[in-house]
Design a protein around this ligand. Structure first.
Ligand SMILES: CCCCC/C=C\C/C=C\C=C\CC(=O)SCCNC(=O)CCNC(=O)[C@H](O)C(C)(C)COP(=O)(O)OP(=O)(O)OC[C@H]1O[C@@H](n2cnc3c(N)ncnc32)[C@H](O)[C@@H]1OP(=O)(O)O
Length: 298
Protein backbone atom coordinates (compact mmCIF):
# COMPACT_ATOMS: atom_id res chain seq x y z
CA UNK A 1 0.00 0.00 0.00
CA UNK A 2 1.43 3.41 -0.89
CA UNK A 3 0.77 5.80 1.93
CA UNK A 4 1.89 9.37 2.13
CA UNK A 5 0.92 12.06 4.53
CA UNK A 6 -0.27 15.34 3.15
CA UNK A 7 2.62 17.67 3.88
CA UNK A 8 0.57 20.68 2.99
CA UNK A 9 -2.21 19.73 5.30
CA UNK A 10 0.07 19.03 8.20
CA UNK A 11 1.73 22.33 7.57
CA UNK A 12 -1.57 24.16 7.64
CA UNK A 13 -2.80 22.33 10.68
CA UNK A 14 0.24 23.34 12.65
CA UNK A 15 -0.31 27.03 12.11
CA UNK A 16 -3.47 27.80 13.85
CA UNK A 17 -3.75 31.27 15.07
CA UNK A 18 -5.63 32.75 12.17
CA UNK A 19 -9.08 31.26 11.68
CA UNK A 20 -11.49 30.57 10.17
CA UNK A 21 -10.33 29.80 6.67
CA UNK A 22 -13.79 28.81 5.58
CA UNK A 23 -14.91 29.60 2.10
CA UNK A 24 -17.44 32.31 2.73
CA UNK A 25 -15.32 34.58 4.89
CA UNK A 26 -11.94 36.15 5.39
CA UNK A 27 -9.58 35.06 8.18
CA UNK A 28 -9.99 36.63 11.59
CA UNK A 29 -7.41 36.84 14.36
CA UNK A 30 -8.39 34.79 17.36
CA UNK A 31 -8.45 35.87 20.96
CA UNK A 32 -6.03 33.20 22.12
CA UNK A 33 -6.67 33.75 25.80
CA UNK A 34 -9.42 31.15 25.79
CA UNK A 35 -7.66 28.19 24.24
CA UNK A 36 -9.42 25.14 25.52
CA UNK A 37 -7.70 22.41 27.41
CA UNK A 38 -6.57 19.25 25.68
CA UNK A 39 -4.03 16.58 26.32
CA UNK A 40 -2.85 16.83 22.73
CA UNK A 41 -1.17 19.66 20.89
CA UNK A 42 -2.80 21.09 17.78
CA UNK A 43 -0.16 19.36 15.64
CA UNK A 44 -1.00 15.94 17.09
CA UNK A 45 -4.76 16.40 17.02
CA UNK A 46 -5.38 15.67 13.37
CA UNK A 47 -3.49 13.17 11.28
CA UNK A 48 -4.11 12.84 7.58
CA UNK A 49 -2.82 9.99 5.48
CA UNK A 50 -3.44 9.33 1.83
CA UNK A 51 -3.37 6.01 0.05
CA UNK A 52 -2.51 6.68 -3.56
CA UNK A 53 -3.63 3.25 -4.72
CA UNK A 54 -7.16 3.47 -3.37
CA UNK A 55 -7.29 7.28 -3.77
CA UNK A 56 -8.67 7.48 -0.26
CA UNK A 57 -7.51 9.72 2.59
CA UNK A 58 -7.93 9.00 6.26
CA UNK A 59 -8.62 11.80 8.66
CA UNK A 60 -7.65 10.54 12.08
CA UNK A 61 -9.12 12.60 14.93
CA UNK A 62 -6.71 12.45 17.88
CA UNK A 63 -7.57 15.32 20.17
CA UNK A 64 -7.33 13.51 23.46
CA UNK A 65 -9.02 12.63 25.62
CA UNK A 66 -12.37 12.64 23.73
CA UNK A 67 -11.95 14.59 20.46
CA UNK A 68 -13.80 17.55 21.92
CA UNK A 69 -14.49 19.97 19.08
CA UNK A 70 -12.69 23.17 20.03
CA UNK A 71 -12.42 26.11 17.66
CA UNK A 72 -8.86 25.18 16.76
CA UNK A 73 -9.79 21.56 16.13
CA UNK A 74 -12.81 22.40 13.98
CA UNK A 75 -10.60 24.78 12.02
CA UNK A 76 -8.02 22.06 11.46
CA UNK A 77 -10.69 19.68 10.22
CA UNK A 78 -12.07 22.35 7.94
CA UNK A 79 -8.65 23.17 6.46
CA UNK A 80 -7.91 19.50 5.94
CA UNK A 81 -11.23 18.92 4.20
CA UNK A 82 -10.65 21.83 1.90
CA UNK A 83 -7.18 20.57 1.00
CA UNK A 84 -8.48 17.07 0.32
CA UNK A 85 -11.33 18.44 -1.73
CA UNK A 86 -8.80 20.32 -3.86
CA UNK A 87 -6.49 17.31 -4.25
CA UNK A 88 -7.76 16.06 -7.58
CA UNK A 89 -6.67 12.47 -7.15
CA UNK A 90 -8.43 12.10 -3.81
CA UNK A 91 -11.88 10.50 -4.14
CA UNK A 92 -12.83 9.64 -0.59
CA UNK A 93 -12.10 10.27 3.06
CA UNK A 94 -12.51 8.00 6.04
CA UNK A 95 -12.92 9.79 9.35
CA UNK A 96 -11.61 7.77 12.27
CA UNK A 97 -10.65 8.34 15.88
CA UNK A 98 -7.45 7.91 17.87
CA UNK A 99 -9.23 8.27 21.23
CA UNK A 100 -9.95 5.10 23.17
CA UNK A 101 -13.62 4.16 23.02
CA UNK A 102 -14.69 7.61 21.84
CA UNK A 103 -15.25 8.66 18.24
CA UNK A 104 -16.14 12.20 19.29
CA UNK A 105 -17.75 13.56 22.47
CA UNK A 106 -19.10 16.56 20.61
CA UNK A 107 -18.36 20.20 21.07
CA UNK A 108 -15.66 21.00 23.57
CA UNK A 109 -17.91 22.26 26.33
CA UNK A 110 -15.17 24.65 27.47
CA UNK A 111 -15.90 26.71 24.36
CA UNK A 112 -19.32 27.49 25.80
CA UNK A 113 -18.28 28.14 29.40
CA UNK A 114 -17.86 31.84 30.16
CA UNK A 115 -16.96 32.56 26.52
CA UNK A 116 -15.90 35.87 25.04
CA UNK A 117 -18.59 37.05 22.59
CA UNK A 118 -16.02 37.36 19.82
CA UNK A 119 -14.73 33.82 20.16
CA UNK A 120 -18.20 32.37 20.60
CA UNK A 121 -19.30 33.87 17.32
CA UNK A 122 -16.23 32.63 15.44
CA UNK A 123 -16.64 29.22 17.02
CA UNK A 124 -20.21 28.80 15.82
CA UNK A 125 -19.57 30.19 12.33
CA UNK A 126 -16.63 27.85 11.93
CA UNK A 127 -18.73 24.90 13.06
CA UNK A 128 -21.47 25.84 10.61
CA UNK A 129 -18.92 26.08 7.80
CA UNK A 130 -17.26 22.80 8.66
CA UNK A 131 -20.61 21.03 8.72
CA UNK A 132 -21.59 22.48 5.35
CA UNK A 133 -18.26 21.44 3.84
CA UNK A 134 -18.62 17.89 5.10
CA UNK A 135 -22.30 17.63 4.23
CA UNK A 136 -21.79 18.76 0.63
CA UNK A 137 -18.27 17.58 -0.25
CA UNK A 138 -17.66 15.90 -3.60
CA UNK A 139 -15.62 13.30 -1.69
CA UNK A 140 -17.17 10.03 -0.59
CA UNK A 141 -17.15 10.22 3.21
CA UNK A 142 -17.19 7.27 5.61
CA UNK A 143 -17.23 7.57 9.40
CA UNK A 144 -15.39 4.77 11.21
CA UNK A 145 -17.06 5.05 14.60
CA UNK A 146 -14.93 3.09 17.05
CA UNK A 147 -16.53 4.56 20.17
CA UNK A 148 -19.14 6.95 21.57
CA UNK A 149 -20.42 9.47 19.09
CA UNK A 150 -22.26 12.21 20.92
CA UNK A 151 -23.95 15.45 19.81
CA UNK A 152 -21.23 17.25 17.79
CA UNK A 153 -19.79 13.77 17.14
CA UNK A 154 -23.10 12.83 15.59
CA UNK A 155 -22.88 16.07 13.60
CA UNK A 156 -19.76 14.67 11.94
CA UNK A 157 -21.04 11.13 11.44
CA UNK A 158 -24.47 12.16 10.16
CA UNK A 159 -22.90 14.53 7.62
CA UNK A 160 -20.94 11.61 6.15
CA UNK A 161 -22.27 9.35 3.40
CA UNK A 162 -21.76 6.04 5.21
CA UNK A 163 -21.20 4.96 8.82
CA UNK A 164 -19.62 1.87 10.35
CA UNK A 165 -19.84 1.59 14.15
CA UNK A 166 -18.48 -0.68 16.87
CA UNK A 167 -20.97 -2.41 19.20
CA UNK A 168 -21.93 -1.30 22.71
CA UNK A 169 -21.39 2.43 22.29
CA UNK A 170 -23.74 5.40 22.30
CA UNK A 171 -24.68 7.74 19.50
CA UNK A 172 -27.14 10.61 19.20
CA UNK A 173 -28.10 14.11 20.23
CA UNK A 174 -28.10 14.66 23.99
CA UNK A 175 -28.00 18.48 23.96
CA UNK A 176 -31.07 18.89 26.19
CA UNK A 177 -29.13 17.19 28.99
CA UNK A 178 -26.80 20.19 28.89
CA UNK A 179 -29.75 22.60 28.90
CA UNK A 180 -29.18 23.51 25.25
CA UNK A 181 -30.83 22.64 21.95
CA UNK A 182 -29.19 21.11 18.89
CA UNK A 183 -29.15 23.48 15.88
CA UNK A 184 -31.84 22.89 13.26
CA UNK A 185 -29.35 21.87 10.56
CA UNK A 186 -27.90 19.13 12.73
CA UNK A 187 -31.41 17.98 13.62
CA UNK A 188 -32.28 17.96 9.91
CA UNK A 189 -29.31 15.79 9.02
CA UNK A 190 -30.24 13.25 11.70
CA UNK A 191 -33.90 13.41 10.65
CA UNK A 192 -32.82 12.62 7.09
CA UNK A 193 -31.42 9.34 8.43
CA UNK A 194 -33.92 8.15 11.04
CA UNK A 195 -37.12 10.04 10.29
CA UNK A 196 -39.23 12.61 12.09
CA UNK A 197 -40.60 10.77 15.09
CA UNK A 198 -37.41 9.04 16.20
CA UNK A 199 -35.57 12.35 15.86
CA UNK A 200 -38.22 14.28 17.80
CA UNK A 201 -38.39 11.69 20.56
CA UNK A 202 -34.64 11.31 21.00
CA UNK A 203 -34.01 15.05 20.73
CA UNK A 204 -36.57 15.92 23.40
CA UNK A 205 -35.26 13.24 25.75
CA UNK A 206 -31.60 13.69 24.96
CA UNK A 207 -31.59 9.97 24.31
CA UNK A 208 -28.43 8.33 23.06
CA UNK A 209 -29.01 5.20 20.99
CA UNK A 210 -26.99 2.05 21.43
CA UNK A 211 -24.98 1.02 18.36
CA UNK A 212 -27.46 -1.80 17.82
CA UNK A 213 -30.52 0.52 17.91
CA UNK A 214 -28.69 3.00 15.71
CA UNK A 215 -28.23 0.24 13.13
CA UNK A 216 -31.89 -0.74 13.31
CA UNK A 217 -32.97 2.89 12.81
CA UNK A 218 -30.45 3.75 10.07
CA UNK A 219 -28.37 6.17 12.13
CA UNK A 220 -25.43 3.93 11.22
CA UNK A 221 -25.13 1.49 8.32
CA UNK A 222 -23.10 -1.34 9.84
CA UNK A 223 -22.05 -2.57 13.27
CA UNK A 224 -18.88 -4.67 13.37
CA UNK A 225 -16.40 -5.54 16.15
CA UNK A 226 -14.32 -2.57 17.22
CA UNK A 227 -11.06 -3.92 15.78
CA UNK A 228 -12.72 -4.37 12.38
CA UNK A 229 -14.39 -0.98 12.07
CA UNK A 230 -11.63 0.71 10.08
CA UNK A 231 -11.10 -2.32 7.84
CA UNK A 232 -14.82 -2.49 7.17
CA UNK A 233 -14.90 1.24 6.46
CA UNK A 234 -12.10 0.77 3.93
CA UNK A 235 -13.86 -2.15 2.28
CA UNK A 236 -17.15 -0.25 2.13
CA UNK A 237 -15.36 2.79 0.73
CA UNK A 238 -13.86 0.65 -2.05
CA UNK A 239 -17.32 -0.61 -2.90
CA UNK A 240 -18.78 2.89 -2.91
CA UNK A 241 -16.00 4.11 -5.19
CA UNK A 242 -17.17 1.72 -7.86
CA UNK A 243 -19.98 4.22 -8.48
CA UNK A 244 -18.84 7.02 -10.83
CA UNK A 245 -17.91 10.02 -8.67
CA UNK A 246 -19.88 12.73 -10.41
CA UNK A 247 -23.12 10.72 -10.54
CA UNK A 248 -22.75 9.81 -6.88
CA UNK A 249 -22.04 13.40 -5.88
CA UNK A 250 -24.92 14.78 -7.96
CA UNK A 251 -27.27 12.28 -6.34
CA UNK A 252 -26.09 13.39 -2.92
CA UNK A 253 -26.52 17.04 -3.87
CA UNK A 254 -30.04 16.31 -5.08
CA UNK A 255 -30.99 14.51 -1.88
CA UNK A 256 -29.42 17.10 0.44
CA UNK A 257 -30.53 20.23 -1.39
CA UNK A 258 -33.53 21.02 0.85
CA UNK A 259 -31.41 20.73 3.99
CA UNK A 260 -28.72 22.96 2.49
CA UNK A 261 -31.23 25.59 1.31
CA UNK A 262 -32.81 25.68 4.76
CA UNK A 263 -29.38 25.94 6.36
CA UNK A 264 -28.29 28.83 4.14
CA UNK A 265 -31.42 30.83 4.80
CA UNK A 266 -31.36 30.16 8.55
CA UNK A 267 -27.66 30.26 9.42
CA UNK A 268 -27.50 33.95 10.40
CA UNK A 269 -30.49 33.62 12.72
CA UNK A 270 -29.03 30.40 14.10
CA UNK A 271 -25.77 32.21 14.85
CA UNK A 272 -27.57 35.05 16.60
CA UNK A 273 -29.56 32.60 18.70
CA UNK A 274 -26.40 30.75 19.70
CA UNK A 275 -24.41 33.83 20.70
CA UNK A 276 -27.34 35.28 22.64
CA UNK A 277 -28.40 32.06 24.31
CA UNK A 278 -25.12 30.50 25.49
CA UNK A 279 -23.90 33.35 27.74
CA UNK A 280 -27.22 33.46 29.67
CA UNK A 281 -26.66 32.90 33.35
CA UNK A 282 -29.16 30.02 33.53
CA UNK A 283 -27.44 28.22 30.63
CA UNK A 284 -24.02 28.83 32.13
CA UNK A 285 -25.18 27.28 35.39
CA UNK A 286 -26.51 24.17 33.67
CA UNK A 287 -23.39 23.77 31.54
CA UNK A 288 -21.23 24.19 34.60
CA UNK A 289 -23.17 21.52 36.52
CA UNK A 290 -22.94 19.19 33.53
CA UNK A 291 -19.16 19.52 33.40
CA UNK A 292 -18.98 18.96 37.13
CA UNK A 293 -21.11 15.82 36.80
CA UNK A 294 -18.74 14.51 34.13
CA UNK A 295 -15.78 15.04 36.42
CA UNK A 296 -17.46 13.62 39.52
CA UNK A 297 -18.56 10.35 37.91
CA UNK A 298 -15.01 9.04 38.44
C1 LIG B 1 -33.95 27.70 21.40
C2 LIG B 1 -32.55 27.99 21.70
C3 LIG B 1 -31.57 27.32 20.75
C4 LIG B 1 -30.20 27.65 21.19
C5 LIG B 1 -29.16 27.00 20.35
C6 LIG B 1 -28.05 26.91 21.19
C7 LIG B 1 -27.18 26.00 21.24
C8 LIG B 1 -26.86 24.85 20.48
C9 LIG B 1 -25.62 24.51 21.14
C10 LIG B 1 -24.84 23.54 21.23
C11 LIG B 1 -24.77 22.25 20.65
C12 LIG B 1 -23.91 21.43 21.28
C13 LIG B 1 -23.60 20.11 20.83
C14 LIG B 1 -22.56 19.39 21.67
O1 LIG B 1 -21.81 18.68 21.12
S1 LIG B 1 -22.50 19.62 23.36
C15 LIG B 1 -21.44 18.36 23.96
C16 LIG B 1 -22.21 17.12 24.24
N1 LIG B 1 -21.32 16.04 24.63
C17 LIG B 1 -21.47 15.30 25.73
O2 LIG B 1 -22.40 15.48 26.48
C18 LIG B 1 -20.45 14.23 25.98
C19 LIG B 1 -19.97 14.28 27.38
N2 LIG B 1 -18.98 13.26 27.60
C20 LIG B 1 -19.28 11.99 27.95
O3 LIG B 1 -20.42 11.60 28.04
C21 LIG B 1 -18.13 11.07 28.22
O4 LIG B 1 -16.98 11.87 28.41
C22 LIG B 1 -17.85 10.04 27.12
C23 LIG B 1 -18.96 8.98 27.10
C24 LIG B 1 -17.73 10.69 25.75
C25 LIG B 1 -16.50 9.33 27.42
O5 LIG B 1 -16.53 8.80 28.72
P1 LIG B 1 -15.18 8.36 29.43
O6 LIG B 1 -15.56 7.77 30.74
O7 LIG B 1 -14.35 7.56 28.51
O8 LIG B 1 -14.37 9.72 29.62
P2 LIG B 1 -14.64 10.86 30.69
O9 LIG B 1 -13.87 10.58 31.92
O10 LIG B 1 -16.08 11.13 30.83
O11 LIG B 1 -14.02 12.13 29.93
C26 LIG B 1 -12.61 12.33 29.89
C27 LIG B 1 -12.36 13.82 30.08
O12 LIG B 1 -12.94 14.52 28.98
C28 LIG B 1 -13.84 15.52 29.46
N3 LIG B 1 -14.94 15.66 28.46
C29 LIG B 1 -15.78 14.73 28.05
N4 LIG B 1 -16.60 15.21 27.12
C30 LIG B 1 -16.25 16.50 26.93
C31 LIG B 1 -16.72 17.53 26.08
N5 LIG B 1 -17.73 17.35 25.20
N6 LIG B 1 -16.13 18.73 26.15
C32 LIG B 1 -15.12 18.95 27.00
N7 LIG B 1 -14.61 18.01 27.83
C33 LIG B 1 -15.18 16.80 27.78
C34 LIG B 1 -14.31 14.97 30.78
O13 LIG B 1 -14.82 16.00 31.59
C35 LIG B 1 -13.03 14.37 31.32
O14 LIG B 1 -12.24 15.47 31.79
P3 LIG B 1 -11.28 15.29 33.05
O15 LIG B 1 -12.16 14.88 34.21
O16 LIG B 1 -10.31 14.22 32.68
O17 LIG B 1 -10.68 16.63 33.24
Amino acid sequence: MTMRSFGLIRQCCNALVRVPLAREKSPVSLPISHLSRSLTTAAEALKITYDEKSEVATMHLCRKPVNGLSLEFITQISIALEKLENERSCRGVIISSGCDNVFCAGLDINEMLRPTPERLEIFWKTLQDMWLQLFTTRLMTVAAITGHCIAGGCLISSACDHRVMAPNFKIGLNEVKLGIVAPFWLVDSVKNLIGYRQTEWSLMKGHLFSSEDALRLGLVDKVVPQDQVVLQAEADMAEWLQVPDSARHLSKTLMRRDTVVRFRSGREADLKTFVNYIPKESIQKTLHSYVESLKSKK
